[in-house]
Design a protein around this ligand. Structure first.
Ligand SMILES: C[S@@+](CC[C@H](N)C(=O)[O-])C[C@H]1O[C@@H](n2cnc3c(N)ncnc32)[C@H](O)[C@@H]1O
Length: 429
C-alpha cells in the first residue's frame, strides 16, 4: 500500500516512519511519501493560503496548490505503474474515523491524506476528494496528527505487518468480537495486591476460556459502549440467504430455470449484509451463469469496482456460488445442521409461520437458518415441502390486492420483518 501525505510539515512524519511497527511496515508492504504542499504554492513566495471571502479571522488554504499536489501524486504513481490515489481529506467535518474506515483504507492500493492548516480549506477542495475523515469531535491546529493516526491504524492491518505476537483479528471493534470491546487480558503475576487473575484462565479448558471471554465482551461493551452493541433484534441464529434459480415456477406453474440478474446479486447481497446474514448463495445449475456471478463479484471485490465504491465490496464479498441447493446444504454442514425456511408470494394450501412466531424462533439458539427466495414465479413446491418453516406471504397495504414484489424487495422486507430491532425489543434488552 502506498500512502501520499499532502502537508505543509513533511518533517513531522520522519520520526514516525522510522519507529516501531510503522518503521517495520515501511520495509514491507507500506510505502509512504510526504509531499510538501509549499512546493505547489503560488508565485515567488509559494503562497498556499489567502484571506476568506466574506471576511473573518484567519487564513484559508487555496484550492489550486492542493489540487496540483494531488494531480502530481497521481501522475507520479501512473509513471511508476501504480494506481491513482484514493483521496482522503482530513477535517473535523468528516465521517468519524473508526476500525471500519481503517479496514476500507487498508484495502486501497494507494491513499492520499490531505492535511489542512489555518482555518481549513477552500470549500472547492471537497469536490476533488473521495472521502472526508475526522479524528473526532474536536478541532486540532492541523491534519498531521490525524494523518498519523490513520497511517498507524491502517498499516497494522496490512498482511505481514503484525507479527504472531500481536494480531488484529480479535481486537476491539473487530468482527470476531462482533464489533465490541475486547475481553480483559492478564499476564503474570497470578495475584497483585489482592487482585487475582480469574481462575478459568488458568484452567486449560479452551471452551470455558472462550465462553468466559465472550461473556466479558458482551458485558463490557454494553456497559462502556452501548452504541457498539450490534442491533440484531436479539437474533441468536446464523442466517444464510439463498437465491434459487432452479427449481422455480413459471407463470403457468411449470418448473423452469431462470436467468441470473446483476441487480439481484447487488441488492440482495447488500440486504444480507445489512441484516447480519452470513452469506448470499446464488444457486444456479448452469455453469455459464455461475461464472457470470463470479465475474460480477470479482469486479466489485477485487477489480476497478472496488476502487470506485469500496462499500460494495463489503456486500459482494459475502456472495457464494453453488450449482444446487444440495451443494449449499453440504457446505453448511449437511441437512441435520440447518433449518430451511421458505418464502412465497401466496400461502396456497401450505401451513405457514407468522413473522411474529418466526422472530421468536430466531431469538433462541438453534440450527443455522437457510432462507430461500425463488426467482421467476417462486420456489417449486418440493422446496416448500422440505422446509421446516414456510413464512407467511408478505402482506402489503390492507386494501391492495397487488402482490407482485420483486425478489429483491421481498428479500429486504422479509429480513427486516425477521431481524430488524423493533422498539419493543430495544426496551427488553
Ligand atoms: C483549525 S482546523 C480547521 C477547522 C475548521 N475551521 C472547522 O471549523 O471545521 C485546521 C485543520 O486541522 C485538521 N483537523 C483539525 N481537527 C481535525 C479533526 N478532528 N480531524 C481531522 N482533521 C482535523 C484539518 O485538516 C483542518 O483543516
Amino acid at each position: 500500500m502506498r500512502v501520499s501525505i499532502v502537508t505543509l510539515f513533511p518533517e513531522l512524519f520522519e520520526p514516525l516512519l522510522r519507529t516501531s511497527m510503522i518503521g517495520r511496515a515501511t520495509e514491507g508492504p507500506l510505502e509512504v511519501e510526504a509531499v510538501d504542499l509549499r512546493t505547489f504554492g503560488l508565485g515567488k513566495h509559494r503562497s498556499v493560503d489567502d484571506t476568506p471571502y466574506g471576511g473573518g479571522s484567519g487564513m484559508v488554504l487555496r484550492v489550486e496548490p492542493i489540487v496540483a499536489a494531488l494531480e502530481a501524486i497521481d501522475e507520479r504513481a501512473q509513471a511508476a505503474g501504480k494506481p491513482p490515489a484514493h483521496r482522503v481529506l482530513l477535517t473535523p467535518q468528516g465521517q468519524p474515523f473508526n476500525q471500519a474506515t481503517a479496514q476500507a483504507l487498508a484495502a486501497e492500493p494507494h491513499v492520499a491524506l490531505i492535511c489542512g492548516r489555518y482555518e481549513g480549506f477552500d470549500e472547492r477542495v471537497r469536490s476533488f476528494v473521495h472521502r472526508e475523515v475526522s479524528l473526532g469531535d474536536f478541532v486540532m491546529t492541523g491534519g498531521e496528527v490525524a494523518a498519523m493516526a490513520v497511517i498507524e491504524a491502517t498499516s497494522r492491518l496490512l498482511p505481514g505487518v503484525l507479527g504472531n505476537e500481536t494480531s488484529s483479528h480479535s481486537e476491539s471493534f473487530s468482527d470476531a468480537l462482533e464489533g465490541g470491546l475486547e475481553y480483559p487480558q492478564y499476564t503474570r503475576p497470578a495475584e497483585f495486591r489482592g487482585q487475582a487473575v480469574p481462575e478459568v484462565l488458568s484452567s486449560g479448558n479452551h471452551a470455558h476460556v472462550d465462553a468466559w471471554r465472550k461473556a466479558r465482551v458482551r458485558e463490557r461493551t454494553s456497559a462502556r459502549r452501548p452504541d457498539l452493541v450490534r442491533e440484531s433484534g436479539g437474533v441468536a441464529r446464523k442466517i444464510d440467504v439463498a437465491l434459487v434459480h432452479h427449481p422455480v415456477l413459471d407463470r403457468d406453474g411449470g418448473i423452469v430455470t431462470t436467468a441470473m440478474t446483476n441487480l439481484d446479486l447487488h441488492d440482495i447481497s447488500r440486504s444480507t449484509v445489512a441484516y447480519g446474514g452470513e452469506a448470499l448463495w446464488i444457486v444456479h445449475p448452469i455453469e455459464a451463469q455461475r461464472e457470470l456471478a463470479r465475474r460480477i463479484q470479482a469486479h466489485w471485490v477485487e477489480g476497478s469496482g472496488k476502487r470506485r465504491i469500496p462499500d460494495r465490496a463489503t456486500a459482494l464479498e459475502r456472495v457464494r456460488v453453488a450449482s444446487s441447493l444440495e451443494e449449499v446444504i453440504a457446505e453448511l454442514g449437511g441437512r441435520d445442521a440447518i433449518e430451511i425456511w421458505t418464502t412465497a408470494a401466496n400461502a396456497r394450501d401450505r401451513t405457514v409461520v407468522t413473522y411474529e412466531d418466526a422472530r421468536k424462533r430466531l431469538t433462541s439458539p438453534g440450527k443455522r437458518v437457510l432462507l430461500l427466495f425463488g426467482t421467476g414465479w417462486g420456489l417449486a413446491q418440493t422446496l416448500h415441502e422440505e422446509a421446516e418453516v414456510r413464512l407467511e406471504p408478505i402482506a402489503g397495504a390492507p386494501a391492495s390486492t397487488y402482490n407482485h414484489l420483486s425478489v429483491r424487495a421481498a428479500c429486504a422486507i422479509t429480513l427486516d420483518r425477521l431481524i430488524a430491532a423493533r422498539p419493543r425489543d430495544k426496551g427488553d434488552r
